[in-house]
Design a protein around this ligand. Structure first.
Ligand code: HEM
Length: 299
């Protein structure tokens, strides 16, 4: 059987680990009007080993994980924004059950990509990834992520309906995400200072269009009209590539005979289930994102 990325799945050739350009709609734009259906593909298996055995080319692998993990997060944020924007006003209805499911699934999906991207050994993160971000801009920061803007209130539990009892699962997903982000930040940068915090007082710490563009450029993201079918296909392709990577290299790859676990026995219990469930969580999120559009089209 030949998979979409051209790998023969039976022979299991090593995955290409090649980041791709991500096309995203300009911020504030709807999807390009096209009614094509965008169904997600069936995945062969959602199993992988936590600890990898095959030696890896570390710079290539972790660079790829950093870019691909972020791109999947951008796609999930955008999918969440499509729900949130209909329920953002003071007097807006709260989201329905399916919409709440989608929000929780996408937030958990984002938590898994935080974990996936941060499997890089700390030393390599500082020498390579963080150094490249600092060269892009000395105050490079997640706060510049253009697609996050539309969901920031959701992550801060600031939407009027979030206190409702029907949002318990969503609250848990938000809390899990907060724990995950702060855990991986402490894990990779134990001194606790982000590039943004380090450069406080330096010129240009506010967010501008230019910084959003720098952020997009760094993560190989190009803004142009995108149909929902193309959006779903890009999400799907990235999850397929991530699955191929996990199956070949494990979540914690073998780097010169060593493993660098992010979540340990001592880590917060909240995060531990994410370790073995990355593919289930992402697969579910992708299905809900794809189905939601089909349901909207049928209304
Ligand atoms: C693994 C990928 C990561 C993603 C996708 C990510 C994403 C984000 C996002 C979207 C924000 C903005 C939150 C808001 O505006 O409310 C943010 C802020 C922040 N992130 Fe991350 N983050 C990641 C890794 C890290 C790491 C490794 C650190 C370690 C220092 C870190 C530290 C921070 C801090 C301190 C903030 C607050 C604002 C700032 O000082 O930059 N993050 N992050």
């Amino acid at each position: 059987m030949s998979s979409r990325n051209g790998h023969d799945s039976k022979k299991r050739r090593p995955p290409a680990l090649q980041p791709h350009v991500l096309f995203m709609p300009p911020i504030g734009d709807d999807f390009d009007g096209s009614d094509e259906d965008a169904a997600t593909v069936e995945r062969e298996t959602l199993e992988y080993n936590v600890f990898g055995t095959k030696p890896v080319e570390e710079e290539r692998l972790f660079w790829y994980r950093w870019i691909a993990g972020h791109q999947i997060s951008f796609l999930l944020w955008r999918a969440m924004h499509d729900v949130v924007r209909h329920h953002a006003d003071e007097d807006a209805d709260r989201p329905g059950e399916r919409e709440l499911d989608l929000l929780s699934a996408c937030i958990d999906g984002y938590s898994t990509t935080l974990l996936y991207s941060s499997t890089v050994p700390r030393e390599l993160y500082h020498a390579d990834i963080r150094a490249r971000m600092a060269l892009q801009h000395p105050a490079f920061s997640g706060t510049w992520a253009p697609d996050y803007r539309g969901v920031r209130r959701l992550f801060r539990s600031n939407l009027p309906w979030q206190e409702d009892g029907s949002c318990a699962a969503l609250d848990e997903a938000v809390a899990r995400n907060e724990v995950t982000h702060s855990h991986i930040a402490d894990h990779l940068v134990p001194d606790g200072h982000s590039l943004l915090q380090k450069s406080v007082g330096a010129p240009g710490v506010s967010i501008s269009r230019e910084k959003e563009d720098l952020y997009d450029n760094f993560f190989l993201t190009v803004r142009r009209p995108v149909s929902h079918a193309e959006f779903v296909a890009q999400l799907d392709a990235r999850i397929a590539d991530l699955a191929a990577d996990l199956k070949h290299n494990g979540l914690y790859p073998n780097v010169d005979g060593q493993h660098y676990p992010v979540v340990t026995q001592q880590s917060d219990e909240v995060m531990r289930p994410l370790v073995s469930d990355i593919l289930q969580v992402l697969d579910r999120a992708a299905r809900l994102v794809s189905d939601m559009r089909l349901e909207e089209a049928r209304r």
